[in-house]
Design a protein around this ligand. Structure first.
Ligand SMILES: Cc1ncc(COP(=O)(O)O)c(C=O)c1O
Length: 359
């Protein structure tokens, strides 16, 4: 693939600040960009990070044809940088593209774009334990047109954000989640299994509502308010008394989390016990009350594992999970999984790809 480079001269490049890094706030010097028009991808290039020029009629601004991904690359003790399960995110980006009638981005274009960008920006990769380079691929519609239809042109971009661990030094506090029957994230036949921007814009109202009740996030149910689906930015899990992790069965209103898939693969490999299930809310609440469910939480790239200590129902009922703190199974899984990511624990075949040294 012929990727062109227009790089800042070294004197104009920034550098990592010292001290603790926030999650997702910093940018690096460059980004990877490619444009789609006339049925093909054109001009893959690495250029200085900066504004895009788009016209006011660009269709992403009006009809929301946008999507994104979130991946992490980790510094390892051998001094190299490894991309964690990027191939799964590449597939999911194309799944989202199919749902949003956007063009698929060839897997090689995505992978090489990310790898070359990570290579150019390797000095930005934080070295601290559990820090990572957060990789954000995204795509948006650029055709200047006010008709409601799929755009004929798009831009695909990858930007990077050197980030500290979501939970510095491990977890400190279990989350409080609101179980709402008033708001829904997605419905069957909708866009819930895609990472389109609209799913996130539409979730902000429920998130703000949860905040008024002292909850940090919402646990969404299906549109009939019968089954557990997922959290606004995470898949959901609970742990049974025998230590089995249970994740709601994937359907077209749940995002197929790469973290959940990985946990299920660890289950298949016999390292932990994990499976999916169609989980009725009533059974879940009964399990929490009886003590059959001993832990619960969320899975996602940003935080990996986010334990939940309390669920709040809209009638004001509070239900505590276990003793309300962080359970052993969640903590152990977090330690094991982040150990794989950071090269301190043997990784299953193909989970980590070394960033090549191209230049
Ligand atoms: C709605 C939603 N569900 C689940 C997840 C977790 O997915 P992953 O593990 O691939 O980050 C995310 C975050 O990407 C998300 O936004």
């Amino acid at each position: 693939m012929n990727i062109s480079y227009k790089l800042l001269d070294t004197s104009k490049r920034g550098s990592l600040p010292s001290g603790d890094l926030p999650f997702g706030a910093l940018r690096t010097d460059h980004m990877f960009v490619a444009d789609y028009h006339d049925g093909e991808w054109h001009d893959p290039r690495i250029v200085p990070y900066g504004p895009f020029e788009i016209l006011p009629g660009a269709m992403c601004l009006h009809y929301g044809q946008t999507l994104f991904e979130g991946i992490k690359a980790f510094p390892h003790p051998d001094g190299e940088i490894y991309l964690f399960r990027g191939d799964e995110n590449i597939k999911r980006l194309n799944h989202s593209a199919r749902i949003m009638l956007m063009p698929e981005v060839p897997a090689e274009l995505q992978m090489e774009g990310m790898m070359r960008l990570l290579d150019i920006e390797r000095n930005w990769c934080p070295k601290e334990h559990e820090s990572s380079m957060y990789v954000r691929p995204f795509m948006f519609a650029t055709q200047d047109s006010l008709g409601v239809k799929a755009s004929a042109s798009y831009t695909y971009c990858v930007m990077l954000s050197p980030s500290g661990p979501y939970y510095k030094g491990g977890f400190s506090k279990a989350l409080r989640l609101l179980i709402t029957k008033q708001y829904h994230r997605a419905v069957s036949g909708g866009t819930g299994s895609s990472k389109c921007g609209g799913n996130y814009g539409a979730s902000l109202r429920a998130q703000a509502y949860a905040a008024t009740k002292g909850c940090s996030q919402v646990l969404y149910l299906d549109a009939a308010n019968k089954y557990i689906e997922e959290v606004g930015t995470m898949n959901h899990y609970h742990v049974m008394k025998d230590g089995t992790f249970i994740i709601p069965e994937f359907n077209d209103s749940i995002l197929r989390s790469v973290t959940s898939l990985s946990v299920l693969e660890l289950g298949q490999a016999g390292i932990i016990k994990a499976r999916t299930e169609h989980i009725a809310l009533d059974d879940f609440l009964a399990g929490l009350k009886s003590g059959d469910i001993i832990e619960a939480g969320g899975f996602g790239t940003a935080a990996v594992v986010s334990p939940v200590g309390t669920y709040l129902l809209e009638d004001g009922t509070e239900i505590t999970v276990g003793d309300g703190g962080i359970g052993k199974h969640s903590r152990d899984l977090y330690t094991y999984y982040s150990g794989i990511q950071t090269g301190r624990q043997a990784a299953p075949q193909g989970w980590l790809l070394k960033v090549p040294r191209y230049v």
